[in-house]
Design a protein around this ligand. Structure first.
Ligand SMILES: [Zn+2]
Length: 602
C-alpha cells in the first residue's frame, strides 16, 4: 500500500473533518482538485468515504489516515456524480440490438468505425448458417445526428462494411437510417425495404426498428440497461430523472442489487382518466435512494399546448400534494401552464410541491418570476445541441436563468431520441452555445461557465428530484457519488479548448460508496476488458486500489513473495494486508487480484 506523501507535521488543520466515529474509513481519495459544490464552492484536496457516505472533506491532504484503501488522485479533478434533470434514459437502454451510446461522440466516419470496432467484441458474431438476429446488431438509434460528422451525412455502406457485424444507424425518432451489407440481408429477410446503398427512408425506418424490436426480449432489455449503466458511469452520469418507458426490466437490477445508476422514474399520462391511478401509484410506491418514482410528468394529459383537461388534472395533483414536471415549448405555452398553476395555487397551494417547467428555450424573465413565485423550478435541457432537429427558438437562456436571484434552475439533456444523453456534450453546448454542426444555438450572452454548468448538473439538479439532502455535492453525510475526470476541465476552459470538453470521461466513478467504473488509470480491476476498463456488473468483482495494490511486502513489485503471503493468510483475516479486497477474509478474489496486478508497480 502506498504511503501518503505528506508528513503530518506539514499539515494544516483540515477545514472540515468528520468525527468518523465507529471505526476506520473505507476509502481516502487524496492529492486531488475536488470541486465539492458545497454552499461555499469549496475546492478540497481529499475526501474520505465510509460505507456509502462521505465522512470527511480535507482542504489539505491529511498526513495519516485510518482508511482501508487509498487512492492518489495525482492532481485530477473530481466532481459529484452528474444528475440529468430530464432524460429518456430507459428508452435508450431498451434499444434493440446492442446500443452504441458512444456513437454520440463520433465526429467523423473514421470515429464511427473506431467506436464500432471497439464495441464489436462484445456482440455475438452471426451464426454459422449466416442468419443474423437482432442480437448480432450494433445499433445507434436516436441521440446522434448526421450533422455531427464532418462529412455532414451518416457513414456510408462501404464504411460500415468495415464492421464484421450488422450495423443499424438511425438518428432521431424515425431516421432516415443507414445499414451495411449484413444489415441489408437481415432487413431484406424481414420484409423491410432498403436501398442498394444501405439507406433506409424515414418511412421504412419504423419497420426496420420493429423487426429488430421483435427479437429483443425482456432479458435483452435488462442487459441493455446494464450496458447503459456502464456507459453512464464512464461519463460520470450517476443519477437520471427518467421520463417515459416502463421500468420493469430496469427494476430487476435494483431488486437484485446489481444496478449502479440511480434512476428517478417519473410517471406520465396521456389522459385525465389515468391521472387518479398514477397519483395513487406515486403516493403508495416505496422505492429507495437507488430507484424511486418522484413526480408526474412530462405529460399529464398529453398535448404540446395547454390541453382542455389540464386544469382538472392539475387540480387533482395539487389536491393530492404530488410533484409535477411539465413539457413546455415555447414561452407563451409555459405562460399558459402558469395561468392554470396560479389559479390552482389559490385553492390548493403548490408552493412546496416543486412543480417544474421543462425545455422553454425562449423563457422570459417574466415567466421565470411567475414560476419562482409558485416555488417552481425551471428544468433546462440541451435539445438545441442537435444540429438536425432545429427548434424555432435558440436557447435555453442559461445565463439569465443561472443569474436569477431565487429561481431554482438545473440542466439535463432530454436525450435518448432527439439528442445526446452525454453530459459532456451538453456541458460543451452550455458553455459555447454551439450545436453539433458548429452553429450558435444559444442567444448571445446566454452561455455559462464550466463550473456553473456542472453546478446546474449536480447540486442544483438534486433539488428537482428531491435529493438535495443526500446527492449533488461532496459534503460530509451525503452519499458518496464521486467522479474522477479524465481532464482538468477548468484548464480546458481557461485555454479556450472547449471542443475537448466533448470527450471528457470518467477515469473512476463511485456510486453509493462503491467503485462502479474504472478505466484503469488510477485503479486496476480484475475482469477488466482488453482496454483496461471495468464496470460493476455484479457486486463481487475485485478492484485493485492504489498505485501498487497486491504489493504485500512493499518491495515495489507484485511477485512470488506476495503470492506466498496471500496463500499463508488464506481464510478469515480481517484487516490484514493480504485481504486485498478488504472483505474480512483472504480468498480466491484476493488471489485473482494479485495475479491481475503481477509485475512491477506502476
Ligand atoms: Zn419534453
Amino acid at each position: 500500500m502506498t504511503l501518503l506523501p505528506f508528513a503530518c507535521s506539514l499539515c494544516l488543520i483540515p477545514a472540515a473533518v468528520a468525527s468518523n466515529v465507529g471505526g476506520p474509513c473505507d476509502l481516502l481519495l487524496y492529492n486531488g482538485t475536488i470541486m465539492t459544490f458545497d454552499d461555499q464552492g469549496t475546492t478540497a484536496s481529499a475526501i474520505e468515504i465510509t460505507g456509502n457516505v462521505v465522512t470527511a472533506v480535507w482542504l489539505v491532504d491529511p498526513g495519516k489516515t485510518d482508511c482501508a484503501q487509498l487512492i492518489d488522485l495525482d492532481g485530477r479533478t473530481v466532481i459529484p456524480g452528474l444528475i440529468d434533470n430530464h432524460v429518456h434514459w430507459l428508452a435508450r437502454a431498451y434499444r434493440p440490438g446492442h446500443n452504441v451510446a458512444e456513437m454520440d461522440n463520433a465526429f467523423s466516419w473514421q470515429d464511427a468505425v473506431d467506436i464500432l470496432l471497439v464495441k464489436m467484441s462484445g456482440v455475438p458474431q452471426v451464426g454459422e448458417r449466416g442468419v443474423a438476429t437482432a442480437d448480432n446488431f450494433l445499433t445507434a438509434i436516436g441521440g446522434f445526428t448526421p450533422t455531427q460528422f464532418v462529412e455532414g451525412v451518416l457513414p456510408d455502406l462501404a464504411t460500415l462494411d468495415g464492421i464484421d457485424r450488422p450495423v443499424f444507424l438511425s438518428p432521431g425518432f424515425d431516421g432516415p437510417s443507414q445499414t451495411n451489407s449484413a444489415g441489408i440481408a437481415y432487413f431484406g429477410a424481414h420484409g423491410v425495404t432498403v436501398s442498394n446503398d444501405g439507406s433506409i427512408t424515414s418511412g421504412n425506418t419504423a419497420a426496420a426498428r420493429n423487426a429488430l424490436s421483435a427479437e429483443h426480449d425482456f432479458d435483452d432489455q435488462v442487459r441493455g440497461t446494464l450496458d447503459l449503466m456502464a456507459w453512464s458511469a464512464s461519463v460520470g452520469l450517476t443519477t437520471v430523472m427518467n421520463f417515459s418507458d416502463d421500468s420493469t426490466a430496469a427494476e430487476t437490477l435494483f431488486d437484485d442489487g446489481t444496478a449502479f445508476t440511480r434512476i428517478r422514474h417519473n410517471l406520465g399520462s396521456q389522459g385525465l382518466a389515468q391521472v387518479p391511478n398514477i397519483i395513487q401509484q406515486l403516493l403508495t410506491s416505496d422505492g429507495d435512494d437507488m430507484f424511486r418514482h418522484v413526480l408526474l410528468g412530462e405529460f399529464v394529459v398529453g398535448g404540446q399546448t395547454v390541453p382542455p383537461d389540464y386544469d382538472d388534472a392539475a387540480l387533482l395533483m395539487a389536491d393530492a400534494g404530488v410533484s409535477h414536471h411539465q413539457h413546455a415549448i415555447p414561452n407563451s405555452v409555459a405562460g399558459g401552464f402558469l395561468d392554470v398553476w396560479e389559479t390552482i395555487n389559490g385553492v390548493f397551494p403548490i408552493t412546496t410541491l416543486r412543480w417544474q417547467l421543462a425545455h422553454v428555450f425562449d423563457m422570459s424573465a417574466g415567466t421565470m418570476n411567475r414560476l419562482d413565485a409558485l416555488g417552481g423550478g425551471f428544468a433546462m435541457q440541451t435539445q438545441n445541441y442537435s444540429g438536425t432537429l432545429l427548434f424555432t427558438d435558440a436557447g435555453p437562456p442559461f445565463r439569465s436563468a443561472y443569474d436569477h436571484a431565487t429561481l431554482r434552475v438545473s440542466t439535463g439533456t432530454d436525450g435518448g431520441n432527439i439528442v445526446t444523453i452525454n453530459p459532456w456534450l451538453a456541458i460543451y453546448f452550455m458553455t459555447t452555445g454551439l450545436n453539433d454542426a458548429g452553429t450558435l444555438r444559444v442567444p448571445s450572452g446566454e452561455t455559462i461557465t464550466v463550473t456553473e454548468a456542472i453546478e446546474l448538473y449536480t447540486t442544483a439538479a438534486s433539488w428537482f428530484s428531491f435529493d438535495e439532502a443526500t446527492l449533488g455535492s461532496l459534503e460530509i453525510g451525503k452519499f458518496a457519488d464521486v467522479v474522477v475526470l479524465s481532464d482538468d476541465v477548468l484548464a480546458l476552459e481557461r485555454l479556450g479548448q472547449h471542443a475537448r470538453l466533448r470527450d471528457v470521461t470518467s477515469v473512476l466513478t463511485i456510486v453509493d460508496g462503491d467503485i462502479v467504473y474504472s478505466d484503469g488509470t488510477l485503479v486496476q480491476c480484475a475482469d477488466s476488458n482488453e482496454y483496461g476498463q471495468w464496470h460493476r456488473r455484479t457486486g463481487d468483482s475485485v478492484c485493485v486500489f492504489g498505485t501498487c495494490f497486491g504489493d504485500v511486502d512493499g518491495d515495489g513489485a507484485v511477485g512470488i513473495v506476495d503470492f506466498l503471503a496471500v496463500l499463508a493468510a488464506w481464510g478469515p483475516c480481517p484487516g490484514c494486508p493480504e485481504d486485498l479486497d478488504d472483505n474480512g477474509s483472504v480468498g480466491i478474489n484476493d488471489f485473482l487480484a494479485l495475479l491481475a496486478a503481477w509485475g512491477d508497480c506502476p
